[in-house]
Design a protein around this ligand. Structure first.
Ligand SMILES: Nc1ncnc2c1ncn2[C@@H]1O[C@H](COP(=O)(O)OP(=O)(O)O)[C@@H](O)[C@H]1O
Ligand SMILES: [Mg+2]
Length: 206
């Protein structure tokens, strides 16, 4: 096993499942939380992540296969997608990835799934196909408000990580999103987004 990422929530290792490349995702004990509560939270997020990965796959989204879930040490063993994080793409590849992420997000929303952590580090590009990962904060919801919150995070990430071309990436994301849910639903969500952003006015897309 090789450690590839140390995170606040847990560590990520590359390993094998039989002969297939795999990822082991762990969830750290949080010493500041009461142990009983901490166990409950880690267990709940582990189960949620594994089931949401599977549910997203069942509605046609590319996600890693879940090989094993261990609810006592709170780990998930899953398929490793050997590609490039969308965060590390640029130019036309990044733009097209944002359009794909828009489509993926809209498909999730249409099926009542909110990802909860839409960042360009949580999508992997492999052979020009985009895979969604990191469903630990995903939830079931069909509410416009919850869908708008999902979009808001993605927009913020574009503004911080990809600042020079944020406008064009955001437009690509929205056109992908619109192609799945339609203009009327998109405008409802953009209206809600502008309320959350404190602008309180319509930001319509034609
Ligand atoms: N199934 C996977 N295949 C390939 N890389 C992965 C996979 N899962 C996670 N990673 C890599 O590890 C990083 C962190 O994993 P992630 O599930 O996003 O956890 P975190 O909660 O720490 O963000 C990802 O950004 C990605 O680079
Ligand atoms: Mg992540």
């Amino acid at each position: 096993m090789k450690l590839i990422k140390k995170g606040a929530e847990g560590d990520i290792y590359t390993t094998k499942f039989g002969s297939d490349p795999a990822i082991l995702k762990t969830r750290k004990v949080k010493p500041y939380r009461h142990p009983t509560l901490d166990n409950k939270i880690r267990k709940q997020r582990t189960i949620r992540e594994a089931s949401m990965l599977a549910e997203a796959k069942s509605v046609g989204i590319r996600t890693p296969l879940v090989y094993q879930v261990n609810t006592s040490d709170c780990t998930i063993l899953m398929q490793r997608i050997d590609g490039v994080m969308v965060r590390n793409l640029d130019g036309s590849k990044l733009k097209s990835a944002c359009m794909q992420i828009g489509k993926i997000t809209a498909t999730l929303h249409k099926n009542g799934i909110v990802h909860g952590d839409l960042t360009t580090s949580n999508f992997i590009s492999k052979n020009n196909k985009i895979y969604a990962i990191d469903f630990g904060l995903a939830q079931k919801s069909v509410r416009v408000e919850d869908h708008a919150v999902d979009l808001r995070l993605f927009k913020e990430i574009l503004g911080s990580a990809h600042v020079q071309i944020m406008d064009s990436l955001w437009k690509s994301f929205l056109s992908g999103y619109k192609s799945v849910v339609g203009l009327e639903r998109l405008n409802k969500i953009l209206n809600q987004l502008s309320i959350i952003e404190g602008r309180g006015r319509y930001a319509r897309m034609e």
